[in-house]
Design a protein around this ligand. Sequence first.
Ligand code: 5GP
Ligand code: ZN
Length: 114
Amino acid sequence: MTDCLFCKIVARQIPAEIVLETGRALAFRDINPQAPTHVLVVPKAHHENAAALAAADDGLADDLLTACHAVAVQEGVVEPGYRVVFNTGTGAGQTVFHVHAHVLGGRSLTWPPG
Ligand code: 5GP
Ligand code: ZN
């Protein structure tokens, strides 16, 4: 995808504070953090949203969730807990249409989310 913000971050054409890289995923800090830990975890391959990622059915969704947990371990937020969010669709707040998991932690997180 030539005009995708997160593809450009994956390609290192746009700078980001990268915290973890695996064979198929990249994790970097959100530019507008909503918690002390707010990391975005993206597949290097372009998929529009979580449903498209799952439909690809090649293990990439598994890799992404594994990377999310690795980020939480690295950030020290496994205890007392962290949240993984996939905003899917504009009505849910998705603004970048390259699937990304938000890994949020480091503060008390209320439920339900806004
Ligand atoms: P969404 O709203 O699609 O679920 O999440 C997109 C996220 O990307 C937002 O939390 C936003 O702050 C973040 N974001 C937007 N532009 C950039 C950028 O250029 N760099 C980084 N690191 N994060 C970005
Ligand atoms: Zn992309």
